[in-house]
Design a protein around this ligand. Sequence first.
Ligand code: BES
Ligand code: MN
Ligand code: MN
Length: 462
Amino acid sequence: MSSIQSYITSNKQRFIDELIELLKIPSISADSAYKKETIQTAEVIKTNLKKAGCDRVEICETEGFPIVYGEKIIDPKLPTVLVYGHYDVQPPDPLDLWHSPPFEPVIKNTDLHPEGAIFARGACDDKGQMYMHVKALEYMTSQGDLPCNVKFMIEGEEEVGSVNLSHFVKANREKLENNVILISDTGMIAKDVPSITTGLRGLSYVEVEVTGPNRDLHSGLYGGAVANPINVLTKMIASLHDENNHITIPGFYDKVENLSDAERAEMAKAPFSLEAYKKSLDIDAVYGEEGYTTNERNSIRPTLDVNGIWGGYTGEGAKTVIASKAYAKISMRLVPNQDWQEITQLFKTHFEKIAPAGVRVKVSPHHGGQGYVTPIDSIGYKAASKAYEKTFGKTPIPQRSGGSIPIVSLFEQELKSKTILMGFGLDSDAIHSPNEHFGIWNYLKGIETIPYFYKYFTELKQ
Ligand code: BES
Ligand code: MN
Ligand code: MN
């Protein structure tokens, strides 16, 4: 047994207990009712980083939630790994769909996790995955096995767009200087199919408001004679895709990078079962852009989705009413080369243009960010690949993900370093959904694999 394996075996229960303590704190960045708890989470992480062996730890205040910074510099001549993660979580609602309360972590076995999985909001995204790095650091410092310098930057606003982190990064380039950025906030294909995320999609998130008459109207007295904002909004939204599920916004695809047939063929080699995919979601067919496979649709192609839509009467029973206003929240997932601000503008112009007479339309941009792709011939990628080979006994598959971590492209721009995305979650972990969980096997495998990344990165760098 390797030294990291025996360290994990002796400390496994404590590693789980510490994560459970962290998961009990409802650090919901989107909900101001949880401000105190979110700030408290930063304090707990600071304490844990210190205990794990950081020499210097600090809470860096921002206009929003604080950033926890920690470092252990063993020799300025050695390479430096910058670890990024987030301690904030998504709101847990709808609460009634959880089998156990989201902030009262419990361990249960599932088909995919016979060794048990921790069920709690943030278990996988990202407290569990972030904390693997803290425990890997503890192992390396306590066993004299840390081969290079390390910096930690753990933020509390990832789920709301990382706006303050971007200011912090721009203002602290020197402090954050590094040779590679390491993040565990993505997933892998399966427990026996390790993969490294090589791409993230960009994002443009907007809210739209359609206003018709100046007040809610009787749907009998006025119905048919004035524009109904909900009818209009749904029609406008429906027109954003054509019959082939292409997005109809003029200019939307102009900068989309088209992959070569060879690259697409390479992508198609990743193991994937359409039948299992449909079964896991209880759907009888997949749906998406004509001409692309499911894995292409959710990674290399841009998309537009309504995330929420409301207006009018939704209470019990029937109320005959034409609402004055209708609303929707819309996200567009973008691919490399598409500029999120430009896309937001294209959306705004188009949406305002297609509004019929009789309504007024307001488009309010929320947040966004650029997509990211990382090369597979970098030292960082090679080190990560060797680390997985060591602990999984298999070469990991490079795979682009459909999710977004908008700050990653800003890291490259401001800090001039590549990010390596070593994710240990599974698609079935239900991140952002009720009953989010993280497999204990995955948690411990992450802790086991990370120190090898440090080792191989330092060796390859010299
Ligand atoms: N960790 C996720 C992103 C992710 C998950 C990427 C799985 C790849 C695989 C992150 O916390 C997240 O949820 N990002 C948001 C964007 C953010 C600006 C709210 C997203 O992708 O919706
Ligand atoms: Mn995350
Ligand atoms: Mn998330």
